[in-house]
Design a protein around this ligand. Structure first.
Ligand SMILES: Cc1cc2nc3c(=O)[nH]c(=O)nc-3n(C[C@H](O)[C@H](O)[C@H](O)COP(=O)(O)OP(=O)(O)OC[C@H]3O[C@@H](n4cnc5c(N)ncnc54)[C@H](O)[C@@H]3O)c2cc1C
Length: 448
């Protein structure tokens, strides 16, 4: 498809945020008589689902310690539920299984889920947790667990299939996806800070409004937009921390144990919820008994017919390379640098065996294929959803985002109506200088 010379709305990135925004924008323009999907062009340097959305584990949960994240996630789950078939969504639920150090935090989450009407069950105390878990999986054997939060909603979706589902909905509304087309820069208006055109490797496209949903490539596009590399942050201590770097990379470690996915089913033969287990009980190797860690650790996993095995991950690690030197391309499984290694496989398979007896002695079935990938994080590891330069909506989810399918819907609502969404307000960049930071939990993950 050729690149049009002009489009009212240019969306950069065909991942969850670009596609969801374009689809919902098309619907809202049509509904309000302000335009149609034909006013929207999506540009992607590779194609649909070429970024993080196409390799995500696909977990959809509400479990967040931050009230603003939880309210937003409840909205996201309702979008997933609106068309499970098109979004390849499996509503199996989600479990946060935790040690005593997280008990109070998770208890607050459970209470607030009740307040917002999000269906969940909270089990407390070692004996009751074991009984509850054995009721689902009779080989349950994880140690150090004193609370279980069982979210009855949420679950997971199949990464690429869901993105193609979204793209189909956008295209059915008249949106054009022009790929591969790489954005290389912007032209700025002479009388304002606004973007007047998007420059690409296939020519220039004039526009009125730009949406940026470029996931791990945000640092590159941020620079093209000439936005500040650092931000001042008023900390919880009331002190202003000057010139904190805007972006940081973390590497997500995920992979698959190549057993029949049915091997992971519950006592009743049904698909179980997505499991997230954190504990401070020592983790020993399932192969040789050696100590892997005696610090707080965690994993998440699910039987998955798409990945063909028991798929999941563990805590990510921070990439220490200076942010401008991190090699994002080739991305995901094609990266020579940011994929999992034998240490991860050892840890993950031992952790599975720690949780459920059926996984003991199965490590040799690990799928030795490249998996995992980079995520780009903000200074507080929570999303920034905001308008910059008068007409550029940046959707930078700090790697929380495959599940955040409603963000595009809310952003589209703001673009069309001009009215701010209450759910998106806590994610503006002004929270940093104003010190309106999200609370921090005791979880070993930077995204809980
Ligand atoms: C291994 C892994 C597992 C994850 N698991 C989960 C999970 O289970 N649940 C969850 O909620 N989140 C998960 N995440 C996070 C989630 O995947 C991301 O937060 C989310 O997908 C980001 O969506 P996006 O639309 O912003 O970006 P992406 O999906 O990365 O899409 C960005 C697109 O922009 C394009 N692009 C980039 N630069 C340019 C340019 N200059 N010109 C044109 N196009 C460009 C890319 O080609 C890409 O297609 C995971 C992330 C990783 C890496």
């Amino acid at each position: 498809m050729s690149l049009p010379a002009k489009a009212k709305y240019v969306v950069i990135g065909a991942g969850v945020h670009g596609l969801s925004t374009a689809y919902h924008l098309a619907e809202k323009l049509e509904a309000t008589g302000k335009g149609s999907g034909k006013d929207i062009v999506i540009l992607d340097k590779t194609g649909i689902a070429a970024g993080a959305s196409g390799i995500a584990c696909g977990v959809i949960r509400n479990n967040y310690f931050q009230p603003a994240m939880r309210e937003l996630m409840a909205e996201c789950v309702s979008v997933w539920e609106s068309d499970p078939k098109a979004f390849s969504y499996h509503p199996v639920g989600y479990m946060q299984i935790s040690p005593e150090v997280m008990h109070e935090n998770v208890g607050q989450i459970a209470k607030q889920q009740k307040d917002i009407g999000y269906d969940s069950v909270f089990i407390e105390g070692k004996a009751d947790c074991t009984k509850y878990m054995k009721g689902l999986f009779d080989d349950w054997q994880a140690k150090g667990i004193t609370s279980v939060l069982h979210e009855k909603k949420g679950g997971y979706a199949n990464n690429r299939a869901s993105m193609y589902g979204l793209a189909k909905k956008a295209e059915a509304n008249g949106v054009q996806i022009v790929a591969p087309t790489k954005v290389t820069g912007f032209k700025f208006a002479s009388n304002s800070t606004a973007v007047s055109a998007v420059e690409t490797d296939r020519g220039t496209i004039e526009c009125d409004f730009v949406v940026v949903g470029v996931g791990p490539w945000i640092n590159q596009v941020w620079k093209m937009l000439d936005l500040p590399k650092t931000v001042d942050i008023k900390g919880r201590d009331g002190k202003v921390h000057k010139a904190v770097g805007m972006w940081t990379y973390w590497c997500l470690e995920e992979g698959t144990l190549g057993v029949d996915p049915k091997y992971g089913l519950m006592n009743d033969g049904k698909m179980g919820p997505v499991m997230h287990v954190d504990t401070d009980a020592p983790l020993h190797s399932d192969e040789d008994g050696s100590l892997i860690t005696d610090k707080l650790w965690g994993i998440y996993y699910k039987p998955d017919f798409n990945f063909d095995g028991i798929q999941g991950g563990a805590m990510p690690y921070k990439v220490e390379t200076p942010v401008d030197e991190v090699k994002i391309d080739p991305y995901g499984p094609d990266s020579p640098e940011f994929i999992v290694d034998a240490n991860f496989a050892h840890m993950f398979t031992s952790a599975l065996a720690f949780c459920q007896k059926r996984y003991s002695g199965q490590a040799h079935k690990w799928k030795h294929e490249p998996s995992g990938g980079l995520g780009c994080f903000t200074p507080d590891s929570f999303p920034v959803f905001d308008v910059f330069r008068d007409n550029v909506y940046v959707l930078a989810d700090s790697n929380h985002g495959y599940k955040m399918i409603a963000v595009g819907k809310l952003a589209a609502g703001e673009i069309v109506s001009g009215t701010k969404s209450k759910l998106l307000e806590p994610f503006r960049i002004s929270r940093f200088p104003e010190g309106k930071l999200h609370p921090v939990s005791n979880s070993p993950f930077p995204w809980s």
